[in-house]
Every structure is written in C-alpha cells, then in structure tokens.
Design a protein around this ligand. Structure first.
Ligand code: 4NP
Length: 179
C-alpha cells in the first residue's frame, strides 16, 4: 500500500474554478451505473451539507450507453445507502455538449479518460478532463477508481472509500474550505 502524494494543487483547471459559480462537475465512468453516479451522490451530499447546492451543478454519465435510463446498479445503491447516499440518477451516455455544459469532467479510469479525450471537440475541452484518482490521498494500490461491476461487496466498498476521500478533497480544493 502506497500513500498517494496530493498532486491536485498542480491541477490548473481546479485552481481556475475556485471563484466560479456555479461550479459544474461531470463524473464519468463506463456504464454510469456504479462509480460515476456514486461520485455524483457523494459530492452532492457534501455540497448539500455545506448548504451550497445553488453554487454547484453535479451530474454523471457513461462512455457506454447500454444502461441508458437505468437506475444505478442495485449493489451500488445498497452499499451507498448504508453510508447515507440515496442514488437516484438515471444512466446516460456522455454527449459532446457536456464539454460546454461542464467545467470539470472527472474520469474514473484510464480507459474512460482516453475515450473522453477522443470525444473532446477542442483542446479547451480536453483541458477539462481530470482523473478522479488525482483527488484521492488515502493509501491505495490503485492508480484509478477500479470497476466494481464484476467484483464482490469489497469492490463496492473500496469505490465508496476512494470516492468519499476524493470528493472531500475536491470540495475543499474548489472552495478553500469555504462555501
Ligand atoms: P461503471 O461499472 O462503469 O462503474 O458504471 C460498469 C457498469 C456496467 C458495465 C461495466 C462497468 N457493463 O459492462 O455493463
């Protein structure tokens, strides 16, 4: 287990968003039924707890559209619910307009990141793409947020551990700990 260095101070895109309202964040994974809707729910919960929901627009999407219209995977909903997150997002595929509609596009793994770069319509759009793991500073052997779909309960718990830590750091980074 290696403790990750906190590298997000070097993410210029994040620094630029500090004074912007609303801050528009899109989380992206493959199916948009496990990792990205969980990230959306976790960050929304943090924002709501700070009474800052009007300053944020948070959504999620998948690079694969095969689950479009579906609720998050039942296993992810159960594990998230145990931690107090009610996941009600309906899956949708990433679309080109997302690169205009969001300031920050956060990819769960390298494959999602590559697909987003392939889709991005401009260099400016590509600069919005950031790996989720960059915000994580708890000990982990992963350099990405691993896909839990073919895993057991531990896979879903691990994803939630990574997302809770990463979203808390993302929130602090984008607000300086303020609203
Ligand atoms: P997600 O997980 O990308 O975290 O939503 C997956 C969901 C569905 C599939 C793969 C990963 N799938 O192959 O259908």
């Amino acid at each position: 287990m290696q403790k990750r260095d906190v590298t997000f101070e070097s993410l210029n895109i994040v620094k630029l968003l500090k004074d912007k309202k609303p801050k528009r964040v899109l989380f992206v994974c493959l199916g948009n039924i496990c990792r990205s809707p969980a990230a959306q729910g976790v960050l929304q919960h943090i924002v709501d707890t700070h009474g800052a929901s009007s300053d944020w627009e948070i959504d999620s999407a998948g690079t694969y559209g095969g689950h479009a219209g579906d609720l998050p995977d039942r296993r992810m909903r159960v594990h998230a619910q145990r931690r107090g997150y009610d996941l009600t997002h309906r899956s949708r595929r990433v679309r080109e307009s997302d690169f205009d509609d969001f300031d920050l596009i956060i990819a769960m793994d390298k494959s999602n990141e590559r697909n987003l770069h392939d889709m991005a319509p401009s260099v400016e759009a590509e600069a919005k793409i950031v790996p989720m793991i960059e915000f994580v500073n708890i000990s982990t052997r992963y350099d990405h947020v691993p896909d839990p779909y073919y895993e057991g309960a531990e896979g879903f718990e691990l994803v939630l551990d990574l997302l809770e830590n990463g979203c808390a750091n993302l929130y602090d980074m984008l607000t300086d700990g303020k609203n």
